[in-house]
Design a protein around this ligand. Structure first.
Ligand SMILES: [Zn+2]
Length: 187
């Protein structure tokens, strides 16, 4: 088969050379008042993020999560327990991409809670404008989880609408969002 990134012949889905290029570079962004940490340029991993719509995608997401999420969270110093909340972790046909990412953040005071924040609308945001996103909220339903602090987990932040809506939903439950973590931030 061919490498997903460079299209050279490769036995793994991402060839050794491209895999080395996927070293994460953590960046801090501001989504209004909310801190967001991302690890990759969107252009570098765009092809890889589309893998979430395919059966082999869980392998790709695990690879990225292991490279980016695991070292970030193992260095993270939290003062008390925080819930890692994957955004809308309802599985698609094959798996839930945000649940995979949250799993790789587990350790220390950070623990994933699955199925706690699911969208109640079927609206798809991919390729949609900010105006469209604002007009069609995800209408999250939040199930309770024990820690008071939460860290939001998603694969991609585009406009930030989803993250801000997620934060607002948690706030209504009395939860404080410390920050959000995504693999990439689209410009
Ligand atoms: Zn390659």
């Amino acid at each position: 088969m061919r490498c997903l990134l460079c299209a050279r012949w490769s036995i793994p889905l991402v060839c050794g050379e491209c895999d080395r290029l996927l070293a994460p570079t953590p960046k801090l962004h501001k989504i209004k008042h909310l801190d967001l940490i991302s690890f990759y340029d969107y252009d570098t991993i765009e092809t890889l993020l589309w893998a979430k719509y395919h059966a082999f995608g869980s392998f790709i997401l695990q690879r990225l999560a292991k490279k980016a999420f695991r070292p970030f969270f193992s260095d993270l110093k939290l003062e008390r327990e925080a819930a890692l909340i994957p955004i809308d972790d309802r599985p698609n046909a094959f798996f839930s991409h945000t649940a995979i990412l949250a799993k790789y953040g587990a350790g220390g005071f950070a623990r994933p809670y699955f199925g706690c924040l699911r969208a109640n609308s079927n609206v798809k945001y991919a390729g949609k404008t900010l105006a469209f996103r604002k007009k069609h909220p995800r209408r999250f339903i939040c199930k309770n989880f024990p820690p008071e602090d939460a860290i939001l987990i998603d694969d991609l932040c585009t406009t930030g609408t989803t993250l801000l809506e997620a934060e607002e939903t948690l706030e209504k439950r009395g939860k404080k969002t410390l920050f959000a973590v995504t693999l990439a931030k689209a410009r």
